[in-house]
Design a protein around this ligand. Structure first.
Ligand code: IVH
Length: 671
């Protein structure tokens, strides 16, 4: 290896080590020592070096934690050691019994117990060899599981390369993949907005996410992982607590709640403390786990067919209240989905007053067998959203009748329909049903769509009720004097609406596509579709087959788009929006300056520029027939170099004899 290449390799390795360190500080220790910007700069430098020197690429590089769009089925493997479950207990007395049982089986011996959190996620088994993650496997049926290494790599608190010293050459570590409350709330808010089914709890969200075929989406969801079980031939210590403490020093997230306990009093105190303190934790827990600390004692106690005799779970009592059902109302969403909602006599639960709880759909409602005036159990077991878990049948009023699901839309009276295999009843009158119309207008003006601030909240409903708008296009014909006639609307609010509508005319086409409320066309799909077809006329004329040809667009979305544009009133709204100046195509490169001055030339851009942005230079290269490439190779014709260009690229250009030109020189070439 030449000395130059040596120094590049060293720099790459140093960046990787430092980024791993900062990842650990940020995601495991919650104590970042550098700014996000500094982190991003280091990451960018590493990305550039790896692109320029693919020979030094490494699948474990921190740059690979962003996931990939490549979908592939999961391979299944046999677990090296079966993944068992734990026996459950529900009271301090039962836990005490467990401690006594262990003591009796170990006569005359001292015995320490380790108390830890029972994380409520989905279990994972990681295999490390020579300090590197080699495989991640889900629990599956306990005997065999799915290999989900690609998805697990995106979880930034999981070390790909171990830190510190003293790890066995080969070992397995088990833990729980969780979705922190904050990420769970964010994800559900997003899903609610898109009228996608909500995740009932972080556990379902975590296991659903881990099984996704698109690791880039997994990376976006913000999973985390806690570890609680180290297995292998030559573990550093003869007890669980020290082994887990060592694992923490290798970079694993091991909960600070883990504690060595001596005797029943310690155990009881631990339970009492965490029964309430767990509510402050950033992730969901459904109980505690108690384990005999000594590995030798664990071995002596052994296993039953299903679970270890040396460990037990204590489940937290879900907080529950009993209250009366006032009525069930049926709400109509933007897409016409009917959601039954239980209206309750207000009741205090975990510090908040609960008045309403979603019953989700007809099947869930029917399972509960609700009758008018029933007393219902409401729970908030770890979940923030209150849930009706049962009926106190003993107190049911004589002669009360069962609550029936509506057969007709409560808003417009249309007969509801339920598609085969779907859980929801839907009002089919998409274009006549008021809550659906208002829902679409609210969506259209939303921040991530057309961002018409003046019409947020209840304003869309008020404008609709006043007969001023019946669809999104009507927003652009609103007159200030009409708005000001409404109660609570003055010149200021009228101005805001007018300005917002005007500004929305420059919102890019992909967001316009999203704003139209085409079923199944969310933000990401809208972007893909808008970019692929370029303008609304192309989109409106596309067939299902042509749409399926676009990346990531399946038959259900394609069908939905075609159906949408088959409705004349939709086309009319689009045409009106176009006539008012709303963007109906992606911006096109200016064709006027096109030439073939750079035809056949492959050009690499690096550094920062003062006369044009990097993207502008990229566009210029294309406009003049050249090809922009990310990494320098023998095929590179020249390097367009700006300020602060990385030394690696410069060296590589010199080595391959690629000429380097500045921006002035480049612009002169095009004149
Ligand atoms: S120990 C052989 N410790 O609970 C014992 N499990 O019901 C292996 N879990 O499958 C499990 N937190 O997914 C253990 N601190 C903890 C845990 C924990 C959560 C989960 C795990 C396991 C299930 C057993």
């Amino acid at each position: 290896m030449t000395p130059d290449m040596d120094s590049v390799k060293q720099r790459i390795e140093m960046l990787r080590a430092q980024l791993d360190e900062h990842n650990n500080n940020y995601y495991v220790l919650n104590a970042p020592t550098i700014s996000d910007k500094e982190f991003d700069d280091m990451m960018r430098e590493l990305e550039e070096l790896e692109r320029a020197y693919p020979e030094f690429d490494d699948p474990y590089s921190p740059t690979h934690r962003v996931g990939s769009d490549l979908a592939k089925g999961f391979e299944q493997v046999l677990h090296t050691r079966r993944m068992l479950s734990l026996g459950n207990t529900y009271s301090i007395e039962e836990v005490d019994d467990f401690v006594h049982r262990c003591r009796e089986a170990l006569p005359g011996e001292d015995m320490a117990i380790v108390g830890e959190m029972k994380f409520d996620g989905t279990s994972i088994s990681l295999h490390y060899r020579d300090g590197r993650l080699v495989r991640a496997v889900t629990r599956g049926d306990g005997e065999r599981g799915d290999v989900v290494t690609d998805n697990v790599i995106t979880i930034r608190s999981i070390p790909l390369q171990l830190r510190g010293t003293g790890w066995p050459r080969e070992f397995e570590i088990r833990g729980e993949i969780v979705l922190p409350w904050r990420e769970f709330d964010r994800l559900n808010a997003e899903r609610q907005f898109n009228e996608e089914p909500l995740f009932a709890n972080p556990r379902n969200a975590a296991s659903g996410t881990l099984k996704m075929q698109n690791s880039a989406e997994v990376a976006r969801r913000g999973l985390d992982a806690y570890f609680y079980y180290l297995l292998g031939e030559d573990l550093p210590y003869d007890n669980h607590f020290d082994n887990m403490t060592a694992a923490r020093s290798w970079g694993f997230k091991v909960s600070d709640a883990m504690k060595r306990l001596h005797g029943i009093d310690d155990v009881d105190g631990y339970i009492r403390y965490w029964d309430s303190a767990r509510k402050e934790l950033p992730v969901a827990t459904d109980g505690l786990v108690f384990k005999v600390d000594s590995l030798r004692q664990q071995l002596n106690l052994g296993f039953t067919a299903k679970s270890p005799r040396w460990a037990i779970a204590y489940k937290f009592q879900a907080e529950r209240a009993l209250t009366r059902l006032d009525s069930v109302s049926f709400e109509v969403g933007r897409m016409g989905v009917i959601t039954p909602v239980a209206n309750l006599e207000p009741v205090l639960l975990s510090g908040t007053v609960v008045k309403r709880a979603s019953l989700h759909n007809e099947d869930i409602m029917r399972q509960l067998d609700l009758h008018d005036g029933d007393m219902l159990y409401v729970e908030k077991g770890g979940e923030i959203i209150p849930k009706i878990t049962g009926v106190d049948v003993a107190s049911r009023l004589d002669g009360s009748s069962p609550v029936k699901f509506v057969t007709h839309c409560p808003a417009c009276g249309s007969a509801l329909v339920r598609a085969e295999g779907e859980a929801s009843w839907v009002c089919p009158d998409k274009y006549g049903c008021p809550p659906q119309i208002v829902g679409r207008i609210e969506h259209y003006v939303g921040r991530r769509m057309m961002d018409i601030e003046g019409i947020g909240g209840e304003t869309a409903q008020i404008l609709y009720d006043a007969g001023l708008i019946k669809n999104a296009a009507d927003i652009y014909t609103l007159q200030p004097q009409d708005i000001m006639k409404l109660a609570r609307f003055g010149p200021r609010s009228a101005d805001r609406i007018m300005e917002g509508a005007e500004a929305s005319k420059s919102v890019p086409f992909d967001r316009v596509v999203y704003a139209l409320s085409i079923p199944f066309v969310g933000e990401t799909v809208a972007k893909k579709v808008a970019r692929a077809c370029g303008d609304i006329d192309t989109l409106m004329s596309m067939t299902v087959d042509q749409l399926i040809g676009i990346d990531d667009i399946g038959p259900r979305i394609a069908q939905s788009i075609v159906e949408y544009f088959a409705v004349p009133s939709n086309v009319e709204i689009v045409e009106r929006l176009r006539s008012y100046g709303v963007q109906m195509s992606m911006p096109k490169a200016d064709d006027s300056g096109r030439s073939d001055r750079l035809a056949g030339k492959t050009i690499v851009i690096s550094g920062t520029f003062s006369r044009h942005s990097r993207d502008e230079y990229k566009d210029m290269i294309e406009l003049h027939g050249g090809k922009n490439s990310g990494s320098i190779s023998k095929k590179t014709d020249f390097l367009l170099a700006g300020e602060n260009m990385g030394p690696a690229k410069m060296e590589k250009a010199a080595k391959l004899g690629v000429s380097v030109i500045g921006e002035d020189e480049f612009l002169a070439m095009l004149e």
